[in-house]
Design a protein around this ligand. Sequence first.
Ligand code: TYM
Length: 331
Amino acid sequence: MEDKKVIFSGVQPSGDLTLGNYLGAVKNWVALQDEYDCYYCVVDLHSITVPQDPKNLRRRTLEVMALYMAAGIDPNKSTIFIQSHVSSHIELSWVLGTMTYLGELNRMTQFKDKIQKNEKNLNSGLFTYPVLMAADILLYQTDLVPVGDDQKQHLELARDLSQRFNNKYSDTFIVPEPMISKVGARIMDLQDPTVKMSKSGDNENGYILLMDAPDTIRRKIKRSVTDSMNRVKYCDEQPGVKNLLTIYSKITGEKIENIEEKYRDKGYKEFKIDLADIIVEELKPIREKYLEYMNDKKYLEKVYKDGAAKAEKVARKTLRKVYKKTGFIPR
Ligand code: TYM
């Protein structure tokens, strides 16, 4: 147990999860559980950087937990917990914030995008969000962080901050590495394959939610944007088809070349029908298990309480070291 490398990752409970969240992150987490010491967090503190209705936030936090487990995260192997239950995240975030330059945060592309979209709510939490994310990761002495491509820049900051602290005081943090899969790290919008699939996308036909009904999934795939070339080929000139091939390959594990070969003399229609079936089949058991977990609030409560207790021990140990090195007098 001691020798296992540490994995940390999280999802915000800020809306319904998309196929992008699943294929870019959660699906990858499942296979890591035996080899690594995994922490999978529901990052509720992050989610309030955009306005949340308290009732919805509570429900969605449990939904994300239920989805983790429905997707195959086993609480007996991995630590599943809720970020706000472990106050060390905020405490370390403060210390790291004093070591973060404004210029570093100004450069964050996700912040720049959010400024454009959220003009009415430009709160400082949106700005310092990546510092809290660094704290999440560094508290657990994390070696690897499995995320989608859009989190790469945030991870760079976590790495820089860990090194900055280590250099200023002495070795305290492991410098974490991103773990971004080759296929599926950026699932694109089905209506506009030049932007990533996101729950905040304007057109609901652009994203697939994990809880979408089979008919909805079939409709969205049928309507997904392709091109007039009518060949199933993975290339940049055909971003729509490229994205669909990525989804196909990520779910089935088949090589892209093999899929291209399979549909060589076939049109988009057949390819899309098969792809829709593949997605529906992948999500079906997840949806069923999810409903079971959501109907067992007692169990969910046990999981997040046990998870927080385990996480807290590890996080406190790191925080104690940080406080000591910083010069705070221990209680
Ligand atoms: P969030 O909640 O936006 O997304 C959760 C995970 O889903 C991935 N993802 C995607 N992957 C592929 N294609 C897409 N279209 C797509 N959309 C989302 C994200 O890359 C992410 O892995 N800041 C993080 C949450 C966070 C975190 C952390 C992650 C907070 N602390 C510590 C790792 C470690 C976020 O907003 O993810």
